[in-house]
Design a protein around this ligand. Structure first.
Ligand SMILES: [Zn+2]
Length: 426
């Protein structure tokens, strides 16, 4: 009998080696799905809404068949405030560490720099991030708010909400990111780095935003590991824009509601530098996707399907955040060299005001992609055009379909961006 029991235990142990993905107890993990579960236990109606919204309009929007038509989707700038909740310890990180994270976000979401990839399903999300230069009262700021805060050891939802209540900037206008000393890992047995909230039921609310440990934020400064590349924030902002983990927080039968990310089996940590890609659910796992748990330097990918899902989330939940009115309110229409959003000298637009046709003059040779997105003051994209390998010199853009009024012209020349207000007068 005893040997049968032992055999059984050994069998179970051996089986567990195959069933359990290689996620060590202290592997870094994100706490978003747990936080959402706790939050929904308190607010079951919001969970019902979330499930309903997720299964209907959002999923139907993200079919790949629509990608070609939707490549003319808008570009978005998201104003950011970083709250450093510190007790004069190492968590009181320098400004440079924060600037490095904003650079990372722009590169990862823009598919350039460290976010560059050649994956057939990879895409520039056209979402960019800007440290606010105006606070909610209209005062000048560098987008960083340092606040004395005594970090308690144990994480719970009440603590989360109380910390944010004291410090948040209007979450309809800013992506709030809180840097903390520690997030207690004892409830999970894992090493929790960060968490966020999905936008349904939380967008614009007093708890909306991202919480992250100081030593996983940015790619230079005080970091837990020299190979960190700012992945955790990219991943959490993905959740903030309604992306799920690529394993859909389940096994092979669970989906992340994005068509071009292969199904996979539970959490998995792909270590650097080899970045192994296991086959799961009959497909090669997309370990290079930011919504997986791989080592930072193994990751460089957002897919077209994920981009569509994030754009849909912005459209449904976060349109105020990216509106032209808010970009001006938060000072993100100004030059900010720390965000890779700069007013380019590569292009001129004239005249302003304009009647029916505007001249676009490209001064810089060798440009690969020139795109122009025109927004009305509600933040809606009204005209979009893209030219590949454009010639230098002027060309004309017809504006006769637009009504009189003020518009924001967002012109990108490869990686440089120009935001300009242009008035149409007739
Ligand atoms: Zn996550």
């Amino acid at each position: 009998m005893k040997s049968i029991v032992y055999s059984y235990i050994i069998l179970l142990f051996v089986a567990s080696l195959f069933i359990q993905p290689p996620l060590a107890a202290q592997s870094p993990v994100c706490y978003t799905s747990n936080v959402m579960t706790q939050y929904w236990q308190k607010h079951p109606k919001l969970e019902a809404n979330f499930n309903k919204e997720n299964q209907t309009r959002i999923h139907s929007f993200t079919t790949l068949g629509t990608w070609a038509e939707k490549t003319n989707v808008a570009s978005y700038i998201i104003p950011v405030v970083v709250h450093i909740m510190h007790n004069n310890g190492p968590e009181n990180i320098k400004d440079e560490q924060i600037f490095s994270q904003i650079e990372v976000l722009n590169e990862d979401f823009g598919r350039y720099g460290q976010g560059y990839n050649t994956h057939v399903d990879g895409a520039d999300s056209r979402i960019r991030f800007c440290l606010a230069s105006k606070d909610p009262q209209g005062n000048s700021t560098n987008g960083i708010s340092r606040e004395l805060y005594l970090q308690t050891d144990s994480f719970n939802l009440d603590m989360d909400i109380e910390m944010k209540r004291q410090s948040i900037w209007d979450s309809k206008r800013y992506l709030n990111i809180w840097i903390v000393n520690n997030i207690d890992s004892s409830p999970t047995g894992s090493h929790i780095l960060a968490y966020s909230y999905y936008p349904s039921g939380s967008a614009g609310q007093p708890h909306d935003g991202v919480v992250i440990r100081y030593d996983y934020f940015g790619r230079e400064g005080v970091l837990a590991d020299p190979n960190l590349n700012g992945w955790a924030t990219t991943h959490e902002v993905g959740h903030y824009l309604n992306l799920f983990h690529i394993w859909g927080d389940g096994g092979c039968s669970q989906d992340d509601e994005v068509e071009d990310t292969p199904k996979c089996d539970g959490p998995y940590f792909s270590p650097y530098p080899n970045c192994p890609k296991p086959t799961q659910c009959d497909q090669v796992r997309m370990i290079e996707n930011y919504m997986d748990y791989s080592a930072d330097k193994c990751m460089n990918l957002l897919t077209k399907g994920q981009v569509l899902r994030m754009h849909e989330a912005i459209f449904n939940y976060r349109s105020t955040l990216v509106s032209a009115e808010n970009i001006a309110f938060t000072g993100c229409d100004k030059v900010d060299t720390n965000t890779n959003i700069s007013i380019t000298k590569a292009i001129d637009l004239y005249p302003n005001p304009v009647q029916n046709r505007i001249i676009v003059n490209l001064n810089q040779p060798g440009v690969q992609v020139l795109s122009i997105a025109i927004y009305n003051l509600l933040g809606q994209s009204v005209i979009f055009l893209e030219k590949r390998n454009p010639n230098t010199g002027p060309f004309t853009l017809d504006l006769q379909t637009l009504n009189e009024g003020m518009y924001i012209f967002r012109v990108s020349v490869d990686e440089e961006l120009l935001n300009q207000k242009i008035r149409i007068n007739r």
